[in-house]
Design a protein around this ligand. Structure first.
Ligand code: NAI
Ligand code: MG
Length: 367
């Protein structure tokens, strides 16, 4: 059997810098854990525009459809701000998400003990936190028709439509239940069934899908209460599933419970392929950070943790994902910090490459 395949798209700004560190990690798993991947690399975003005049070439798109997982750095930068909307770097990422039909966006909020002081919440509220928000990504109010700004009488009206079909709700619910099965068998679905018909349907369909997962403890919550509960006592949750709009807001809120943008990974999953693996794109939440690009200051951990998610959700290597996350935990506990993780007490930050090397060393020590 051939090795599982990964397409790496470093992109722009700090994307290539953090991806260099991920390559070290991937190589480590090949050399030390007998987990070899077929890795290929291509261009996306501004880097692709510079070479091909488009932010994602057709051949790259075709490759992304074939591999087991795509790993993306970041796209964009001031150099490309003048470009026409149709060829902006972000369009490359949007094309990937759309054509791969990645309907489930996974955003973990995980607190690394050494960084618990970073949170705006009390330490005991966030210490040990490990939750996952599943946001529906391809439908809902960002896509529903009718939409637009229309004349109505002597004024204008702005319209967006929240629209969900049963099958759209069902597939993201199923993804969330599958995830809950791999984690702690606890799922909370959030909508506003009290004031929105789409929410009533959402709750009905999620409940029905839940009948296929009797081992998962399912609960429902109104999304506004969910926001309150997330900042009050986030550890009451394990997996949360919600729609595109609520998920956009709730996942950003949950992410900030635990600190720096340089620490946040994500995954976007689609339908299962022939080999049973879901279509998948893994990427850090942060952008191309032009303010620090090219200076060796970027924190590679968000991108490294995105690869840990790939190990867990694309390659069924949960134990190896745990190993990688533990290595990150160890390095942070040792006080190793990139500049974005420096607290008020100061200290000397390490470079992007040094952080990658320390994590590799911690992986070695884990054997
Ligand atoms: P950004 O996430 O690139 O940066 C925001 C702030 O966080 C900056 O001060 C940056 O230095 C810092 N930061 C981000 N990642 C970091 C890391 N790994 N280590 C240390 N510090 C880090 O967001 P911004 O500034 O709004 O956007 C910059 C460019 O990135 C724009 O062109 C934007 O369109 C693009 N972008 C791309 C995204 C993507 O590729 N998924 C997502 C967000 C923005
Ligand atoms: Mg957002």
């Amino acid at each position: 059997m051939s090795n599982p395949s990964i397409l790496i798209l470093p992109g722009d700004g700090i994307g290539p810098e953090v991806m260099t560190e991920v390559r070290k990690i991937i190589d480590w798993f090949g050399a030390k854990r007998d987990l070899a991947f077929d890795v290929s690399e291509d261009l996306v975003g501004g880097a692709a525009y510079d070479k091909h005049g488009v932010p994602l070439a057709d051949e790259t798109m075709a490759k992304a459809q074939e591999v087991d997982a795509v790993l993306l750095g970041a796209v964009g930068g001031p150099k490309y701000d003048v470009l026409d909307f149709s060829v902006k770097p972000e369009r490359g990422l949007l094309r990937l998400r759309k054509e791969m039909d990645l309907f489930a966006n996974l955003r973990p909020a995980q607190c690394f003990d050494a960084l618990a002081d970073f949170s705006s919440l009390k330490k005991d509220v966030v210490a040990g936190l490990d939750i996952m928000i599943v946001r529906e990504l391809t439908s809902g109010v960002y896509f529903g028709e009718p939409r637009g700004i229309f004349e109505e009488g002597n004024e204008r009206v702005g319209i967006n439509t929240q629209r969900y079909t049963e099958s759209e709700i069902e597939r993201v619910a199923r993804a969330a239940f599958e995830l809950a099965m791999k984690r702690n068998k606890k799922l909370c679905s959030m909508e506003k069934a009290n004031v929105m018909e789409s929410g009533i349907l959402w709750r009905e369909v999620v409940t029905r899908v839940g009948e296929d997962y009797p081992d998962v403890e399912l609960s429902h919550m109104y999304a506004d209460n969910g926001a309150m509960q997330l900042v009050r006592w986030p550890k009451q949750f394990d997996v949360i599933v919600t729609d595109n709009l609520f998920g956009d807001i709730l996942s950003d809120c949950a992410a900030m419970l635990t600190g720096s943008l340089g620490m946040l990974p994500s995954a976007s999953l689609g339908a299962p392929m022939e080999n049973g693996r879901p279509k998948a794109l893994y990427e850090p939440v942060h952008g191309s950070a032009p303010d620090i690009a090219g200076q060796g200051k970027a924190n590679p951990i968000a991108c490294i943790l995105s690869f840990a998610m790939a190990l867990r959700y694309s390659f069924d290597q949960g134990a190896e994902a745990d190993r990688l996350e533990a290595a990150v935990q160890t390095v942070l506990a040792d006080g190793v910090r990139t500049a974005d993780l420096m607290g008020p007490e100061g200290g000397v930050p390490v470079s992007t490459a040094e952080m990658g090397d320390k994590i590799v060393a911690a992986l070695d020590a884990s054997l």
